[in-house]
Design a protein around this ligand. Structure first.
Ligand code: FE2
Length: 289
């Protein structure tokens, strides 16, 4: 079996988005060849509410899915489909913007002023970009877990160890798990053939191994870095002495043209122009509550 090796490693970079939220951009614009069908990943979080409380007031999305996964603090949200509520620690919100949604996401501090989580943007295939918007929300308790010795895998989307993830019925076949490995524990993650795959280490340390006996290390992952992996049938990840907490994503590349402006990602400039004209004209949202 061919194990995946590290193709490229990148550190998350500090940036400011929304109404002035300080966050770390794990990857984004210009890197779709490496992460296709994933467009962007942000790691947001701080123990200073002033860094994030301005939040992400009402804004549009079209042509993508936004996936918010929170570990600490909370996010109050509302959208043009009529959904509203609060995402708490461990909860996931998988939002299919499709033809258009307008929403807001306002982070709130948890314990000791902390707020911490991730947002991933998944591109929609051309055929689905104008689909009806949809919303999937799951609490921490509703997300299935796989457990083994020294290993805990939260299966957000896709299948791991015979366990189906919480999020189903979304376009393509995205795979999204949150993994905790105790010190020196290992995890093999099957990743069919040509799918894109990446590991984002958010705590601890781990290595990507190139041989099952553990003699070959293709690279060490550092905290707050993402490692895009080469093609292969599985990834074998070993925690170091501090244990490791990481997000693992994989998906089938779309290989489609990208026209991306702010929160809207289409295939052509003309489609972007239409979207922004519709926003000005008040006809952007096609499906409301
Ligand atoms: Fe958004």
């Amino acid at each position: 079996m061919k194990l995946r090796t590290i193709k490229r490693t990148m550190a998350a970079r500090p940036t400011v988005d929304g109404a002035g939220v300080k966050l770390s951009r794990v990857f984004g614009y210009g890197l779709t060849d490496l992460f296709d069908p994933f467009l962007m990943m942000d790691h947001f979080g701080s123990d200073k509410p002033a860094d994030y409380q301005a939040g992400f007031p009402w804004h549009p999305h079209r042509g993508i899915e936004t996936v918010t996964y929170l570990l600490e603090g909370s996010v109050d949200h509302g959208d043009s489909l009529g959904n509203s509520g609060t995402i708490g620690p461990g909860d996931v919100q998988w939002m299919t913007a499709g033809s258009g949604i307008i929403h807001q996401e306002m982070p709130k501090p948890g314990k000791d002023g902390r707020m911490f989580g991730f947002q991933l943007w998944v591109n929609l295939p051309k055929s689905e970009k104008m689909c009806d918007p949809a919303y999937h929300g799951f609490t921490d308790a509703e997300i299935p877990r796989f457990r083994a010795d020294g290993v805990a895998v939260k299966v957000i989307c896709g299948q791991y160890g015979g366990i189906s993830g919480a999020v189903r019925g979304v376009a393509g076949s995205p795979f999204y798990i949150d993994v905790k490995l105790e010190a020196n524990a290992r995890l093999e993650i099957p990743t069919p053939g040509t799918r894109s795959a990446a590991v984002y280490l958010y705590r601890g340390d781990c290595s990507v191994l190139s041989s099952p006996d553990g003699t070959g290390k293709t690279g060490e992952c550092r905290e707050r870095t993402i490692s895009a992996l080469d093609e292969g049938e599985a990834a074998l990840i070993a925690a170091g002495t501090d244990g490791a907490s990481f997000i693992f994503i994989s998906g089938t590349p779309l290989h489609e043209p990208i026209a991306w402006q702010g929160p809207i990602v289409m295939n052509t400039q003309e489609e972007l122009d239409v979207a922004f004209r519709e926003l000005d004209a008040g006809s952007f949202v096609k499906v409301r509550s």
